[in-house]
Design a protein around this ligand. Structure first.
Ligand code: NAG
Length: 274
């Protein structure tokens, strides 16, 4: 009797454990995904891989929100109608199915960054200049009136900032591009996040343009390629000659053979005497 009870308990535990493991993670998204200013409306949408009864939204180190969900919907929405500074932060969501005590794993985190337009935009400059050749080292500098901050460099057309750097005191940061290529061409802007407010951003500042022109191949390389061309031509010519000779000999041999063949099969020459 006792072993059977143990089996039952073990079986129940295995079923429960496998169910918990089978709950796939939800994912969380922001709408709009960026450029939200203080006071704007923003929605965090938790995408549910299963029909869920309860959905939670957690702010790291802050509030958590939960929500009973209408059936037959695969998302749960949490909206801040008028965002405040304390809404800025890192969020994850989680759900629970109606019949289960087990909650899913938490989603990957999503960062809600709020722009505070009261911060003056960052200044920007580019060195050595905006038109450069491939291989040049280019530095883009960003600075503000000493808000002690993390600076972010944005490139138009890229959704996320492409580089970030803590200002080493003095409210400035230098972003260096080693050996630029034409792919680095574009329009760049800076923003910053004040120290102690990692999810509050200044507005984007003025832009600088970088235009990288491909530099022509060095003269040595050109000579090299000309020499290669000559070599290729010579080789082609020799190959054609050898092939031609081969064909010639084959035809020659064939014609000899045909002649001999003709001689064998021909009737003896007729002599006509007049
Ligand atoms: C670019 O910077 C690297 C590293 O500082 C240096 O080794 C290289 O010589 C620089 N290149 C040019 C073209 O100045």
């Amino acid at each position: 009797m006792a072993p059977m009870v143990v089996d039952l308990i073990l079986g129940w535990w295995l079923v429960a454990a496998s169910r918990a493991q089978q709950l796939p993670r939800p994912s969380l998204s922001l709408h709009p995904s960026q450029g939200v200013s203080l006071g704007d409306t923003v929605t965090l949408r938790c995408h549910l891989p299963r029909l869920a009864a309860w959905v939670w939204l957690f702010q790291e180190g802050g509030w958590s929100y939960n929500k009973g969900k209408e059936k037959e919907r695969d998302t749960a929405e949490f909206s801040f109608v008028s965002t405040l500074r304390e809404h800025a932060g890192r969020y994850r969501c989680q759900y629970r199915e109606s019949w289960s005590e087990e909650a899913s794993e938490k989603s990957d985190p999503v960062e809600l960054v709020l722009t505070d337009v009261r911060y003056p935009p960052s200044s920007i400059s580019i060195h050595p200049e905006q038109h450069v050749g491939t291989g040049t080292n280019v530095t883009i500098s960003c600075w503000n009136k000493d808000y002690g901050a993390t600076f972010l460099l944005h490139k138009d057309g890229s959704s996320a900032p492409i580089k970030h750097q803590d200002s080493s005191g003095g409210g400035a940061a230098n972003f260096t591009f080693l050996a630029v290529t034409p792919a680095d061409s574009g329009t760049y802007r800076c923003s910053y996040r004040p120290r102690g407010y990692p999810f509050v951003s200044s507005p984007l500042g003025d832009s600088v343009m970088l235009e990288v022109t491909p530099t022509p191949a060095p003269p040595g390389a050109e000579e090299q390629s000309r020499a290669n061309l000559v070599m290729a031509l010579v080789r082609g010519f020799v190959a054609a000659l050898v092939f031609g000779l081969g064909v010639f000999f084959v035809i020659d041999a064939l014609s000899l053979w045909i002649q001999r063949d003709d001689n064998c099969g021909a009737p003896p020459p007729v002599t006509v005497s007049v």
